[in-house]
Design a protein around this ligand. Structure first.
Ligand SMILES: Cc1cc2nc3c(=O)[nH]c(=O)nc-3n(C[C@H](O)[C@H](O)[C@H](O)COP(=O)(O)OP(=O)(O)OC[C@H]3O[C@@H](n4cnc5c(N)ncnc54)[C@H](O)[C@@H]3O)c2cc1C
Length: 391
């Protein structure tokens, strides 16, 4: 069965591995031609995402390219500890969450997809697609066209495929927050800890990678979308030094050696229609569950869709089965993602309420958030076994 995947990010590259291993002939089309290693800041992978990577055969490689993070700590603007909890795992999980550069993760996934036999075509932006009862057709900005049995839209929160599946689908909007990420060299901090300081401007996160290195990200609340064109590293440092006057952010920003990325955070209303008969959305295109979990859930999608396609008699039946299986978990995660984003908005009153809530909730962290990490990926049938969803 031939499958076109639109988007060569985390969801698209993982999808290509899972589908190729279950007998599909996959071509991934990606807009940007730059090597993935050069794109983006760092991100955290939760235990459920690591289990999905294990299902894809890449857990060890990703662990080796990233850093284990043991715990997370939350601080008031004055630097008082609000709470301490295991980072992106249950207390009893033996696996440790991993922080890794997004580009390194995408690079590992793309290489594995190519090793599994997938084609990855970069520099091609899909602009249109349509389907018939027997196949799909896709058109690219270059004029190139392609056909297949299935089209997977892994084209991110600003997805084009989403609007082709349902013209009334929601569009992503500026979430009232923007982010700047960087690297600092400071000594004397405990390693393997993710720290979040609530600030008057938003939230400041620093993760201690080793005894000398901190990867940090400032999320700044601003109801008016700022113009970020032409801001150089020195100007970013000047701005965030001013925006985050609290002691810990000041110390980290003061030791900065590089700015690695900046960008807007977007919000998407829930997407009711994830698929037609032969087109389906995965990853952020379908459900941006939020900073901290979106990558892990995108990795889950790849195994879930590949399993549905292996087990159902037809492509349309497989897409329906995928939707039915994923909805309950995704809806729960979306609700959590919305709450987490709201706590980063700066408002003195709301901050006091959020901190009070957090103090109450953190002792019951496993009970409240444990379901996120309990995910067990489906086993994929070995290549060579008969594939059910052939048409
Ligand atoms: C500031 C920030 C921090 C985050 N931190 C974390 C974190 O710590 N942990 C975590 O799990 N998640 C995190 N996330 C969320 C995570 O980044 C996303 O959930 C994840 O990247 C989704 O992957 P994706 O492949 O679905 O989409 P994307 O990563 O957006 O990839 C989509 C790809 O499709 C390509 N594309 C788009 N349109 C087309 C087209 N028409 N034709 C061809 N190609 C196209 C794009 O170029 C891109 O490469 C964070 C997000 C943000 C904004």
């Amino acid at each position: 069965m031939r499958t076109i995947v639109i988007g060569g990010g985390i969801a698209g590259a993982a999808m290509a591995i899972a589908l190729q291993r279950t007998g599909h002939e996959v071509t991934v089309y990606e807009t940007y031609a730059v090597p993935p290693e050069q794109v983006g800041a760092h991100l955290g992978l939760a235990i459920n995402g690591l289990r999905a990577l294990e299902g894809l055969g890449l857990l060890k490689e990703v662990q080796a390219a990233g850093y284990p993070i043991e715990r997370m700590r939350f601080f008031t603007p004055r630097g008082n500890l609000v709470g301490d909890a295991p980072r992106l795992r249950r207390e009893t999980d033996s696996l440790r969450s991993v922080v890794i550069y997004r580009g390194h993760l995408v690079g590992i996934l793309r290489r594995a997809a190519i090793d599994a036999g997938a084609k990855i075509v970069t520099g091609e932006r899909m602009v249109n697609a349509s389907e018939s009862a027997t196949g799909v057709w896709a058109e690219f900005a270059s004029g190139r066209t392609d056909t297949a049995d299935l089209l997977v839209g892994a084209d991110g929160i600003h997805s084009t495929v989403r609007g082709l599946i349902d013209s009334s689908a929601p569009r992503a909007e500026y979430a009232g927050l923007y982010g700047v990420a960087g690297v600092s060299n400071m000594t004397g901090l405990e390693t393997g800890i993710w720290n979040l300081t609530y600030s008057r401007s938003g939230a400041f996160v620093h993760t201690t990678i080793d005894e000398n290195t901190q990867w940090w990200a400032a999320q700044i609340g601003d109801p008016v979308k700022p113009d970020m064109r032409g801001i150089d590293d020195a100007e970013w440092l000047r701005r965030i030094t001013e925006l985050f006057p609290e002691d810990m952010p000041q110390a980290i920003i003061g030791s900065a050696t590089a700015i690695v990325s900046s960008g807007y955070l977007s919000y998407l209303d829930p997407v009711r229609t994830w698929h037609t008969g032969r087109m389906v959305l995965v990853g952020d295109a379908a459900h941006p569950v939020g900073v901290g979990h979106g990558a892990s859930v995108s990795l889950e999608d790849s195994l879930e869709l590949a399993a549905a396609l292996s087990n159902a008699p037809t492509v349309p039946a497989a897409l329906q089965a995928f939707d039915a299986a994923r909805r309950p978990r995704i809806e729960r995660l979306l609700k959590h993602g919305n709450n987490a984003r709201e706590t980063k908005r700066p408002s003195a009153m709301r901050r006091q309420i959020d901190l009070a809530k957090m103090r109450l909730v953190l002792p019951f962290f496993d009970k409240v958030q444990g379901y996120m990490y309990d995910y067990q990926p489906p086993a994929l049938p070995a290549v060579g076994k008969p594939q059910s969803a052939r048409h």
